[in-house]
Design a protein around this ligand. Sequence first.
Ligand SMILES: Cc1cc2nc3c(=O)[nH]c(=O)nc-3n(C[C@H](O)[C@H](O)[C@H](O)COP(=O)(O)OP(=O)(O)OC[C@H]3O[C@@H](n4cnc5c(N)ncnc54)[C@H](O)[C@@H]3O)c2cc1C
Ligand code: FES
Ligand code: FES
Length: 1376
Amino acid sequence: MAASRDVAAQLLFYVNGRKRNQFACPGLMLAQAYQRGCHIFSQLGLLFFLPEKVVEKNVDPETMLLPYLRKNLRFTGTKDGCGGGGCGACTVMLSRYNPITKKIRHYPANACLIPICSLYGAAVTTVEGVGSTSTRIHPVQERIAKCHGTQCGFCTPGMVMSIYALLRNHPEPSLAQCIDALSGNLCRCNGYRPIIDACKTFCKNTGCCQCQENAVCCLDQEINGLPGPEEGRKAHPKLFSEEEFLPLDASQELIFPPELMIIAEKEPQRTRVYGGERMTWISPVTLKELLEAKVKNPQAPIVMGNTSVGPEVKFKGIVHPVIISPDRIEELSVVKHTHNGLTLGAGLSLAEVKDILADVIQKLPEEKTRIYRALLKHLGTLAGSQIRNMASLGGHIVSRHLDSDLNPLLAVGNCTLNLLSKGGERQIPLTEQFLQKCPKADLRPEEILVSVNIPYSRKWEFVSAFRQAQRQQNALAIVNSGMRVFLGERDGLVRELSISYGGVGPTTVCATHSCQQLLGRPWNEEMLDAACRLILREVCIPGSAPGGKVEYRRTLIISFLFKFYLEVSQILKRMDPVLYPSIADTDKSAVEECHSPLPWSMLQYQSVDPRQLPQDPVGHPIMHLSGIKHATGEAIYCDDMPAVDQELFLTFVTSSRAHAKIMCMDLSAALSMPGVVDIVTAEDLHGVNSFCFWTEAEKLLARDEVLCVGQLVCAVIAESKVHAQQAAKRVKIVYQDLEPLILTIEEAIQHNSFFESERKLECGNVDEAFKMVDQILEGEVHMGGQEHFYMETQSMLVVPKGEDQEVDVYVSTQFPKYVQAIVASTLKVPAHKVMCHVRRVGGAFGGKVMKTGILAAITAFAANKLGRAVRCVLERGEDMLITGGRHPYLGKYRVGFMTDGRIVALDVEHYSNGGASLDKSVFVIEAGILKLDNAYKFPNLRCRGRVCKTNLPSNTALRGFGFPQTGFITEACITEVAAKCGLSPEKVRMINMYKGLDQTPYNQQIDARNLSQCWRECMALSSYSARKAAVEKFNAKNSWKKRGLAVVPLKYPVGVGPVAACQAAALVHIYQDGSVLVTHGGVEMGQGVHTKMIQVVSRELRMPMSNVHLRGTSTETVPNTSVSGGSLAADINGLAVQNACQTLWKRLEPIISKNPRGTWKDWARAAFGESISLSATGYFRGYELNMDWEKGTGHPFEYFVYGAACSEVEIDCLTGDHKNIRTDIVMDAGCSINPALDIGQIEGAFIQGMGLYTLEELNYSPQGVLRTRGPNRYKIPAVGDIPTALHISLLPSPENSNTLYSSKGLGESGLFLGCSVFFAIHDALRAARQERGQFGPLKLHSPLTPEKIRMACEDRFTNMIPKDEPGSYIPWNVPV
Ligand SMILES: Cc1cc2nc3c(=O)[nH]c(=O)nc-3n(C[C@H](O)[C@H](O)[C@H](O)COP(=O)(O)OP(=O)(O)OC[C@H]3O[C@@H](n4cnc5c(N)ncnc54)[C@H](O)[C@@H]3O)c2cc1C
Ligand code: FES
Ligand code: FES
């Protein structure tokens, strides 16, 4: 049925306390409407019929709240990080008044999934409504900023809103509630610890873990019952001062608009209808109207939370001509206890269901509530708090997602669905047939689900819930399960058994036949064994099943069953100790959850020298300059800039084939779409379609051939983003596949497909050394890639100035000079016509250099061609598909060593997967080679490296630049040597470590004393020896949970050669009022470089920081900037700023000494009066770095950052789950300019590294399509993944060096320390395997995901599962 364009109602809701009326027509249409085609009649007999009213522009049912807030209302504080509910950047608070209960419900929600039509009568609070610098900063905003909880700040408004919504409901929350509230918010920068610190300031019980386990607090007794840091090493006071925080005052909050209460109470309830271009939205307000609407629109979905329909519309392109969205229908919110169970309304949100169940289990006897407890367990981890507050129980059940967490439980729980239609009521059981959508067992099109009845459990009935996901929180389950058994009271025989699984088929799968066959059997090991075999036969996952991880999923199916068996056995023993045997002590750990008390942290850093001037901020933990603005949403990112007059939007069309010839491209359908202005192809870029900045030219748009999926083919430019995106889908490209298709490193080696020649470094005499050693080992280790996952996707706005061919490029980049150069080349204009401006970047990590330049060049070309401003902002999925990331690596090593653990010879080959174009891959491979020795002296070393050319998107720089891969390969090799020698890896690490003054393989002098000190301090701080013994004790007692401990040292070389590559410049102006404006070449991307620069100015000019301002980076003020990366931005730009300030100081000193008590205003005026220039440039020519690859010698680095990290983990051998129990990091940060920022860099990098080595997994199809294209599929660490205890200590070892105030750049080094978690898991796995009699080598590749952990714990279950012959099926993904 065609949607009507001509009727709509007024949409009334509040944003930040201000009324918003979106008019459908001049007359208010609060009455019911009659809609041509929809045939909805009003109760009052009113008939509205408004032909050709263009009301859709204001109330388009397809519009989500996020773009509406950002573009229509210009509330840009709410950010767009993914558009699919997965990142929390768009969190707002919704408040609704219920006229029946008279209560207001405040809850967090994802604006990207809220249709504005669903907001009638709601109050929306965005970060701007919470507080602002122009009115009053809210305590949440103040504390998150002052606790250093912001770096790039892009996630911060979302974090603020989640905490704010929590505080509206719980002014003194527990820490567990805070963590739960943040479970749907991702941050890629700061590692969550400072955000948790901010939350703690609102909790009643601050400063400790708040762990009530055994009524023992963390402050009294450490984990494992061991002491914390050694006596005498007291933690430094916090990085912030709680005393200065504003109190939380509920009376200051925005009140719920009284008008909305009055409307809810008094306004006649009538269906509202909103018409759009392609969709009509009907909001019935009574059950009767809902049923009528459903009869008339049987195919229309009932949209409740829109968390299922919304993502389908957005990502699968499904169009619904009509949507029915019930509003405040009482019957859908029913909560009723019946004689046999609990009836819950289908319209209740999952969060409400969670609260109701929590309440019910308090009130009812335990035996009646077993299914409620199981549901509650899953509701605790299902999605994040925002989604749980939006999603409805009915929507969840009816969507029948294959990975639904609740349906498997409801299916085993004998639940009944209460349905209603105009024809009457009906009950259907929630069975496998319903879940499979069998027509006989399903809802009829005109029916709706009103409520669901969940029966009470009985005395001998047991229900359990299991799930394993890639990440513990906010991640869809890989496999989940609901299991229920009812046993005969007297005989203990199985009377009823129901088992169902999610994640193993296209929908929830029930093991009905197996359960049937097990009836009448006693609950014992034989029954378990039979059950495993039967179920594996019934629930079969084919080798090529979507989602991959097939053997793992098969193993989980029976591992969960084993857990269930033990859980029930344990309860049976408690219920009848005579009839039932106890389970073995060592098995008890199978039923316990992974160790997960609440996080706590301790930080140690140096105090400033007491002789330092009081106003000198250097060395103090100064808050990020933009911290408050991040928290209030006032910090402006590229896409927050208001639209320029006649601005257009550009969307890319990318290749869908990995290696193919473009046979033809038909643009006609796309060009004829409404709003389309132009399409730019390679033809248009004739002569400028490539650009060479370093060694090899990079192509802008594909012409005849495509070399990877995601390669840019053409760009559609339209009046709006929606128009551009719709048209892009209409571009038809015919391809012919080409051979060979090379995706993996192994395939590249086989086809001899490489970029450039081999890079090689050699020292000592490797071949001779191999002859002298006791033993030789050969091995291979593979390391997967990593997505940058900066929260702000690639964004740019190009504005042609209309005069002298000038263009302004506003862009989120780390390298303005490069963008300027590529744009100038593409437009064929000199660089001085292109001004590139970067105010701030919402995270970059190396990913906003090369591809950003290409995207900006094409955008600039379009803007120049059309003479109009053009904006381009990539969606998260596009960004992940197009931009590449960290290089996957294959390391092959041959290592010769003595039986005492001394490594005498090492011969390594590195292969990186470079993708389809060169990008920076050769620099990465070179850096990787130079850094592979990490902290070890290998007297005889040979390393060769090659970049593989494959049909994947080009990989590029990512924090650490090759070192996280090559350092890891070295550590893997050392771990294997240790195993072979029968020594602990720590011992072998210590034996081979650099000590004192020494030389690297390329003959650079190093002083490794601080390395040894970091190692010693880390051992002491972590109480390594005592904890190692405790781990062993734990492992001896527990078969199914194992703990592991690992310490990893770090030597991170800093510097980017040659000299010119790290030159820097700055410009400092003093105005006549004494205020100072500083500009420099560094880009602010979260690392706090601007804050440090102001600290430098403040010290050098002896003026307060408040006197200094910094606007951003621009090629107009500071030309020829170096890339902000390589940990160097503050180092080199700081020296340039210092230089400029010293010039000014020298000029002004005579004036100041004449009037020492004067103010800066006095001095500036006096200088002006004497015609002394108040402006100076500063310059730093770069570090004297060099490297001669021919000779294999040089001085490629300026200095080394040393460190060490000790991590302890606990793994679940049955599921592969792991928890990081504790990490201690000691870092030699030199003299920190700002310990808060430096600690932030260390822990942020550490958590990113932890993600790299244990969590983040990119999946490619055998055709080269990236499958993991958003936060729902690609998992970065979330708040629940951080170590339970985190200690960071900056080494108190100020040393004098050439660097700025003897500081060190810490942007990248900490990332590598994340591999301590990998090796701790390795240690735990070794213990698990040894217990099972497996003493052979343990080869593990990175990332060490739950799948790999589980499959490494070989046991009777892994032996039981069917294995597919390689080659007998097409795998879902290929490891590249
Ligand atoms: C970011 C994200 C993370 C998620 N994580 C998880 C997770 O970890 N575990 C998990 O299990 N799920 C997860 N989900 C899925 C989520 O649970 C479902 O999307 C949600 O429960 C659907 O509820 P809804 O009210 O939003 O449905 P809607 O999108 O509003 O509707 C979904 C479907 O249900 C139908 N429907 C709704 N109500 C009725 C009714 N009363 N009668 C008849 N039909 C009805 C509609 O017609 C529609 O077809 C996640 C979703 C997102 C977006
Ligand atoms: S943008 Fe809404 S959750 Fe990511
Ligand atoms: S500060 Fe959280 S994403 Fe950057």
